[in-house]
Design a protein around this ligand. Sequence first.
Ligand code: NAD
Ligand code: LMR
Length: 354
Amino acid sequence: MKTTMLRSIQSSLTRANNSASSPSTHSLLRRGYSSESAPERKVTVLGAAGGIGQPLALLMKLNPLVSHLSLYDIAGTPGVAADVGHINTRSEVVGFMGEEQLGKALEGSDIVIIPAGVPRKPGMTRDDLFNINAGIVKSLCTAIAKYCPNALVNMISNPVNSTVPIAAEIFKKAGIYDEKKLFGVTTLDVVRAKTFYAGKARVPVEGVNVPVVGGHAGITILPLFSQATPKANNLSGEDLTALTKRTQDGGTEVVEAKAGKGSATLSMAYAGAIFADACLKGLNGVPDVVECSFVQSSITELPFFASKVRLGKNGIEEVLGLGPLSDFEKQGLESLIPDLKSSIEKGIAFANKS
Ligand SMILES: NC(=O)c1ccc[n+]([C@@H]2O[C@H](COP(=O)([O-])OP(=O)(O)OC[C@H]3O[C@@H](n4cnc5c(N)ncnc54)[C@H](O)[C@@H]3O)[C@@H](O)[C@H]2O)c1
Ligand SMILES: O=C(O)C[C@H](O)C(=O)O
């Protein structure tokens, strides 16, 4: 019963993966690539005792590609680690608490996932989190540069449109920046676009794919429903406009429903687990692993942009282009550029001030 449930969680994580073509964990296992023979991989979660951190720790504990799970926060991690550590899956779990233990938490990490920082309350924009979260991200990235400079970094902390450029600048200053290894996690936008599209088009959600490009705030989130599969012929222009708006406002929908008790945590943990799983598969040499992510990019005039990226043994193998856009999407792309540009510049300026 327990094994069946674990298998079903794992396979639904892989089935839901954006890349319909990437082999599932189960196909790897069937090919004799058992969790015992899968390479050792250390995944570290920074902010592991938080609303996202705890369910994300649980989902990473269920991932057979992880051999070491390191859980760090400024408080509360011993309890989370003891709890998650009792689950009878492959990884060894260690909790670390307080700045003096940050180095140990990070050493040897293959992937560092960062959901550390404050979430929104109703009436706030993601940019309103900048003043607190920029400093948190800066200090955590300084430590990553020192203790695990080769790790892939999955940035969840908001505002992602600024925290990713901050991380890049901190890594550049430390002389370790590799643009192939830094990712803003925008998977939740893809997860939402798939759910909302499937609901409106009345198609089974498991088979749905929708790329989401741009950034991760308001109108910078640009779902490309014209490229959604399976094609739905029952959606009007008005439906597509409404779907786009709902995807852009998905975070706010949750913030308002939680009425002061934070933002998306469970769906974000799910999305973060999907993205980390894709990074692990890429590192392990699985071919054709493709996910959307906010990365250093030259596909538009902006230095960072979310689009599909192909993941490989060194992180990003290829940043894929946007593909054909509808007139509505072309307009959306044009409108988002100034917003996204100023968030990126704000992050770069913050990281470079004294
Ligand atoms: N990228 C996305 O799609 C997405 C989705 C949802 C939430 N978020 C963002 O994720 C962040 C976390 O959200 P949450 O709901 O988990 O918040 P939370 O307050 O529940 O948890 C944040 C955790 O970070 C920890 N923390 C604070 N400073 C730290 C530091 N210096 N080092 C390590 N840990 C530290 C806190 O102790 C806390 O446990 C927010 O910024 C939120 O906006 C992003
Ligand atoms: O909306 C937020 O503040 C959190 C997150 O960015 C989300 O999209 O849910």
